[in-house]
Structures are given as C-alpha cells and as structure tokens.
Write a protein that binds this ligand. Structure first.
Ligand code: ATP
Ligand code: MG
Ligand code: MG
Length: 573
C-alpha cells in the first residue's frame, strides 16, 4: 500500500475532489483479450486495483475487446484467471463490446453534432492530410480531406451503410471532426470506427462488421461505467486531449485520465509477436515456459503473486518508464521467498555414499526444521547406511582449502548427530566416481565428537519412508545473452542463450517434500484439475541449492521441479 501514500497516485487523488455524481473511486483494468498478460501488466493491475482498494473504491476488469482480429476466448479466460491469481477481485467484469450498440448510437449523435464524418480516403491520403511526407517525416502542411465538409445527413447515411456491411475494409471509416490547427496529433480527425481487413466475427458481437477504435471506445466506456480515474500508460498522455474532447462533445460524464510510466524488464522480450516466434520455433515450451516473463510463465516457474506485487510496489509509481534488469526482479523474488517458504534437502546430482560401519537396516530419524523461523515446524528424515550427497561436494583429491568431502576428510551431514569421514571411493570404466565409502564418526564413550568444518545436504535411502523421491529439476539461466535482445543486428532470435536450461534428470528430494505437498497424492497424469493448477504453489528452498516449485508436468510417478531463483544473486555483480 506504500505506493499509494505518496507520489503520483496521491497527486492524482488530490487533483480533483470526487464529483458528487461519482462519490466512489472506481478504476478499471482494461486488457485487450488478444494475448497473455506479462510482467508489465502486473503494474497496471496493481495500480488500478490497488489505488481503488486503498481509497475504499472498486475496480472493474474490463476486456477492451474492440478488434476481433487477435481476440480469443482463451485470452479472456487466462486474463481473468491471472488477475485472480495475483489476488485481486474485480467488482465486476465488463467488455467494451457490451456497449457497442450504445457506442454506435453515440456515434450517430456525434455526426449529428457535426463532430464526425464518414471518410473514404486511403491510408496514404490520410497521412498526407496529417502533414506526413513520403518518407514518413512529419511537419508538412496539414489539410482537411474532402469528406470533412460533406453534409451531416450524407455522413449519417454512409455510417449506416458501413454498419450494414456495404463497404469493405479501407473503403469507408468514421472520423472525428476535431481540430487540424492543434499541435496535438491526437486532434487531427482520429478514426472512430473502422472496417477490419479480415471478416473474422467478433466473439461477443457477431453482428458487427465495423468496430470502434481505442480512441472512440475507451473514454466513452469509462464514462458509461462511471470510472472516476482512468489510469493508463504514458504513451497515452497526448490522447488525454482527445479523450476529454470526445466526452465533452457528447456532453457525457468525463472521467479523469492520468498516465503512469510503463514497466519493462530488460534482457527478455515481452511482445506477443516475438513470444509467438519463440514458441513456434521451439525455443521455449509454450507461453508459460518458466524462462519467459508472461505472468503465466512466472506462475509456472513458481514465483509467488506476493513477490510480484512487492516488486511492483518497490519500484513505485512514477511517470517515467521503468526499465528493470531481470536480476533485480529475481532479487525481489528471492527476498520474498527467504521468509515465506520451507526448506528441504534436494540433491541435484546424487553421488552414493556408503557408510560402512553402519548396519544395513539402520534407520535413524533426524529432526530437521522446515525453516529458520520455528513457526515453520520440523519434520524427520531417515539417516541410513546409504546416503546420497551432491557430486560436487566430493573431491578425489583433498586440499587444505577444501572443506567438503574427500578421502580422509570429515564433513557434517546436515542435522545428522555425527559427521562422516570418507575412506575410499570406486570408479567406473570411464573414470566417474560411482560410490564413496565412509565411516560414521560416532565418538566412543568419554571421547568428544569431531567437529566438521562444514555441513552438506544429503538424502537417505529408506523406501519405507518414501526416501528419496526422484525428481527432474529444471534450472534456468536467462533466455537471452544480452540485456537488449531486440537490438541484436540479426534479430532477437540470434541472441538466444544456448544454455538457458540445465536439466538434472536424476535429482533426489528428501521425504519432507510430501509433507509440504499439501495436494498429494497427485493424479497419475498431468490432467487439468485443481491439483494441477495449484502445483506451482508448492515451493521450497533447497538447502544450499536454489528455490524450487513443482512444475505442472509433475505426476505421482515423476516429480518435476522448476528453479524459481538461485539462492544468491550471481548476475548483479
Ligand atoms: P502490449 O502491447 O504489451 O500487449 P497493450 O497496451 O496492448 O500492451 P493491453 O492489453 O491493452 O496491452 O493492456 C492492458 C493495460 O495494461 C493497459 O492499460 C496498458 O496500458 C497496460 N500495460 C500494458 N503494458 C504495460 C507495461 N509494460 N507497463 C505498465 N502497464 C502496461
Ligand atoms: Mg496487448
Ligand atoms: Mg492495448
């Protein structure tokens, strides 16, 4: 909530007392259902829902579905779902398309007020009228098109003809009659209704063959819904004038539009067109691949919604664009996880250790806390003759500055009463160590126990205790090599990092995993059900490794973990 107490939004709030007709703060989050939301949208969501909530108001989820071209039912559903996941509840759901009939009627009224006309000019002609010369430069002489002064009755007739399907794309459009003398391009007779190229039917308004533009629909829908504060991104600042012009011209209630800076994450791509390429060419699994920064990808990776909101809050709401490096986002997620998730032992690349002086059937239950904070509670893990440690925690040749396991060296196994000392090891034909032999340093009566220099994580072998659980662990690195993939001279695909994913196919998880996996047992297949959807919320810190979450592909037969973030910031230095 801190973000609303100072800065831009409190300024907005104080700018104008809420009108008597609209005493309650009402905002809207207005995505177009033509793609999955990304991290940048979380700022828009946090601002619109957060601002309303902070002031005891309400926020509407409005689907800004004014162009059937890329709009799909899956996007309506995914957007609704992810807003809810972020923890916000819209007071209601609306659609721009709900009021197409009203927008149509208002447009006729606008024509009658001499505020709009039907224009038949080509795109190039319109550009020229707006003073844009051949090369695309601005600054040429502006002039009105010949349709601007046509009789009102004629525009009305033509507008009805447009509605009735008499024209094809590009043959006719409704334009606002604004102010060509203005310095603001948003006043140069904006398009109000267009006929799209493709004849694709609108999902919710199938009878329409022409559609209102953003400029036509947005402010009037805000007005219709009684929005008090229409908060949008900075690139709409120039549009504020046309927003106000249209509402005033039609003499309807005028909400207050104010602008904030976009949030961009550097080192990735957010644009729909680019992500489609990544998916189609198989560089990522899908739109929710954990290496992407769509919200469904962050969710799948295991990033908690609270961490995203914290991140956005920390950045604050400014008028400037925030270009934030990925590792700063990760750092914010890491901080959030540090105090909120339990700890477990996961061995990524297991190396078998046989403790020769322990009996074959020896099982000693060791108590391990789930976290530093006692409120996480504890659980027990079986310590047995065979344990698995991280391959990287063993060295064939010891050295003085090495503190983990090596022949003759003593190391502690986390929470096991006494340390172990490696004695010998075995190798396979190609020289890989296959097993390490060790002895348990349980002191004899009257002797003091050895104190190891370091402790390592491990997993015991006791099928009766469901230990170990085999898992595939997916560790991620940035998907791109540079901070600005789109700037690569050969295109962003040429910047792809070939090592963006490391798979540990034979990882092992300790038995406490099943205690935190509240939804276990899982279904045998990764079917769509509640359990499936909630898997990403099973998160933990792998001691000495990284933070992990259960991937949606997990089944009761095979657990798949995604690395959420590493334990330490390695990119920030
Ligand atoms: P994109 O081109 O990234 O898909 P958009 O503007 O087409 O963005 P919409 O679906 O219209 O996306 O977005 C819904 C709301 O989210 C709008 O109010 C938009 O301004 C806001 N929004 C979109 N991208 C960002 C961003 N990067 N940072 C903050 N707000 C954003
Ligand atoms: Mg979009
Ligand atoms: Mg948009």
């Amino acid at each position: 909530e801190a973000m609303f107490k100072s800065g831009f939004l409190s300024e907005v709030y104080n700018l104008r007392p809420i009108s008597e007709t609209h005493p309650k703060i009402r905002t809207r989050f207005p995505p177009e259902p033509n793609g999955f939301l990304h991290i940048g949208h979380s700022k828009a969501i946090a601002i619109n829902f957060g601002f309303a909530k902070y002031h005891g108001g309400e926020c509407i989820l409005r689907f800004d579905d004014t162009n059937p071209e890329g709009e799909e039912q899956v996007y309506y559903d995914a957007i609704r779902d992810i807003v809810k996941w972020l923890g916000f509840e819209p007071v209601r759901e609306t659609h721009a398309s709900d009021i197409f009939d009203k927008l149509y009627a208002l447009s006729e009224e606008l024509i009658k007020k001499d505020g709009a006309y039907v224009c038949h000019c080509t795109q190039d002609e319109v550009k020229a009228q707006r003073g844009q010369t051949e090369g695309g430069q601005r600054g040429g002489q502006r002039y009105a098109c010949k349709h601007r002064t046509r009789p009102i009755e004629e525009s009305l007739t033509e507008f009805r003809a447009m509605r009735d399907g008499k024209y094809k794309a590009g043959e006719a459009a409704l334009r606002m009659k604004q102010d060509l003398e203005s310095d603001n391009p948003q006043m140069w007779d904006l398009f109000a209704w267009r006929i799209p190229e493709s004849g694709k039917k609108h999902l919710r308004a199938p009878s329409y063959c022409m559609f209102p533009t953003y400029d036509m629909a947005h402010g009037l829908t805000d007005s219709h819904e009684g929005i008090t504060h229409s908060l949008c991104t900075q690139e709409f600042e120039m549009s504020r004038v046309s927003y106000e012009w249209l509402n005033d011209k039609l003499d309807v209630y005028r909400p207050m539009q104010r602008e904030y800076g976009r949030l961009n994450i550097t080192g990735t791509v957010l644009s729909k067109r680019k992500i489609i390429k990544l998916v189609k060419e198989g560089h990522v699994r899908d739109w929710d691949d954990p290496r992407l920064y769509t919200l469904i990808a962050l969710r799948r990776r295991g990033v908690p919604p609270g961490a995203i909101l914290n991140f956005v809050n920390e950045l604050g709401v400014t008028k400037n664009v925030s270009n934030v490096q990925m590792h700063r986002f990760d750092q914010s997620v890491r901080q959030f996880l540090e105090t909120t998730v339990p700890r477990l032992m996961v061995v990524l690349e297991p190396l078998k250790v046989v403790i020769d002086d322990i009996a074959d059937d020896h099982v000693e239950m060791c108590e391990v806390p789930f976290g530093k904070d006692p409120s996480f509670g504890t659980h027990t893990v079986p310590f047995t003759k065979t344990v698995y440690i991280e391959r990287s925690d063993f060295r064939e040749v010891d050295s003085a500055d090495y503190f983990r396991l090596a022949p003759g060296k003593t190391v502690g196994l986390l929470k096991v009463p006494y340390p172990i000392t490696a004695t010998t090891f075995e190798k396979d034909a190609v020289g890989n160590v296959t097993v390490v032999h060790a002895k348990y340093e349980k002191p004899a009566e009257g002797e003091t126990a050895k104190k190891p220099k370091s402790f390592i994580h491990w997993v015991g072998e006791s099928p009766a205790h469901n230990s170990p659980t085999r898992a595939e662990v997916r560790a991620f690195n940035p998907l791109f090599k540079s901070d600005d993939p789109s700037a690569h001279p050969e295109g962003f695909l040429a910047d792809i990092n070939p090592n963006s994913e490391n798979i540990y196919a034979d990882a092992m998880i300790e038995t406490g995993f099943w205690e935190i996996s509240k939804s276990a047992p899982w279904p045998k297949s990764a079917a769509e059900d509640d359990v499936e959807k909630n898997k990403h919320s099973i998160r933990f810190q792998g001691m000495r490794t990284a933070y992990y979450a259960v991937d949606k592909e997990s089944t009761s037969e095979k657990v798949v973990l995604n690395q959420i973030v590493t334990l330490k910031d390695t990119q920030g230095k």
